[in-house]
Design a protein. Structure first.
Length: 388
């Protein structure tokens, strides 16, 4: 297959010993192609606009380089800022930072997102020990800047993960711009995503100075080679029955089933629960505490089946997920790409099955095949479990 790990090692990257130690403890030996391309450039202080396939280690690109640049002894104010579109992703990113900064004593981080007490955040910022790394979702960060609780005037690295998602919607874009303005003019900016439509690239560049643009050639290179993709045609009323049959048939480690709305997510999870499937649901209409508790239950393999909305469609990295089922066909090709890439992380095998129940669904699947230059076929009656 296609080489995705680079033959050089992290040892050769001239990183701080405390960082090298954490990287190797984390089980990373060789950088992936995107890491090999981006890390040295980022270490030179260049602005980075990076488009690379899902699951290929974009997180480590900015975690490693920003920690490399962090002088944990001397900073009293945050110097690294990471923005993410969802709370669970912000949480996951914070976990990555915790792992990699294990041997960097004195580097502290804080995580801020909505659904929790803003007063408590403000209190912690005012009275707690100083933090060097701030990770959060844009709405809450903006509120903390407004309350003059969060001082971003010493930011050196400004990172936007899933940058297309963060900048497509005008509300979120306005929040990102507001936060950006609270940071110094001179800083390094890194923006990353698996999907970067041209119009959004232009928006990204407005935040950057002569960025190093690292992109895969075109959409044809965006799908994951070891991920089997199929569809299954049916009428709407048969979706649940077919899903249950499929779950009985397939050998899965963990599965994510995507629905298009909170209401459908809830209803489906309830039906699966009644049928004794080891299911858990995550969507935006539950308390934040509950959301994170469920994320942990799934991540720690307590539950093997997650029914979710697009809330979980981007960035989430759960290594045991080998199957994604689009119970509801995604609304567009970007959403399709991000969802199915929850399986097949870091070049592992996986299977994605999309239910097609309308003319519109077929249309989306045609667009998927045209755009990514792949052929998605009808799910065969029997599928060799060695393939996923
Ligand atoms: P992306 O953001 O590009 O979708 P992630 O940063 O979420 O991908 O990484 C996907 C998975 O690959 C994570 O579980 C991560 O720990 C793992 N990973 C990343 N880089 C390496 C590496 N160099 N060696 C081994 N595993 C890696
Ligand atoms: Mg990512």
């Amino acid at each position: 297959g296609h080489a995705f790990l680079h033959s050089s090692t992290f040892q050769e990257m001239m990183l701080k010993p405390e960082l090298i130690k954490a990287i190797s403890e984390h089980g990373f030996t060789n950088p992936s192609e995107v890491q090999f391309q981006c890390i040295p450039k980022a270490m030179m202080g260049l602005d980075i606009l990076c488009q690379a396939k899902s699951g290929m280690g974009k997180t480590a690109v900015y975690v490693i380089t920003s920690l490399q640049e962090l002088d944990s002894a001397s900073v009293e104010q945050p110097s690294i800022l990471v923005l993410a579109p969802t709370r669970e992703l912000a949480y996951q990113i914070a976990t990555e930072f915790q792992r990699f900064k294990k041997y960097m004593t004195g580097a502290r981080l804080a995580l801020f997102f909505g659904g929790t007490s803003v007063a408590q955040d403000i209190e912690n910022l005012r009275t707690g020990t100083s933090v060097q790394i701030v990770i959060g979702t844009p709405g809450r960060l903006r509120a903390l800047i407004d309350a003059k609780a969060l001082d971003l005037s010493h930011i050196k690295t400004f990172i936007v993960d899933e940058c297309d998602k963060m900048l497509i919607g005008l509300d979120m874009r306005a929040d990102v711009q507001y936060i950006f303005k609270a940071t110094p003019v001179r800083k390094q900016v890194m923006m990353l995503s698996a999907t970067l439509p041209r119009e959004i690239q232009a928006v990204c560049k407005n935040f950057m100075q002569n960025p190093e643009i690292l992109t895969v050639a075109d959409d044809c290179d965006l799908t994951l080679e070891k991920l089997q993709q199929h569809y299954l045609k049916m009428v709407e009323a048969e979706k649940t029955k077919n899903l249950m049959e499929l779950l009985d048939l397939l050998e899965f480690n963990q599965v994510i089933v995507f629905t298009n709305t909170v209401v459908r997510c809830l209803a489906l999870a309830e039906l699966l629960e009644k049928a004794a499937f080891p299911v858990i649901a995550i969507h935006s209409s539950m308390t934040q505490e509950d959301r994170l508790a469920r994320y942990h239950q799934f991540k720690s393999f307590e539950k093997r089946l997650l029914v979710a909305t697009d809330l979980f469609g981007r960035g989430m990295d759960i290594q045991n997920v080998n199957i994604v089922i689009n119970y509801d066909c995604p609304i567009d090709t970007d959403t399709y790409l991000h969802r199915i890439a929850r399986a097949g992380r870091f070049n592992s095998k996986g299977l994605a099955v999309t239910f097609i129940a309308s003319e519109r669904d077929s249309q989306i699947m045609n667009e998927v095949q045209d755009r990514f230059d792949i052929s998605v076929t009808d799910l065969p009656d029997e599928i060799d479990c060695g393939l996923y």
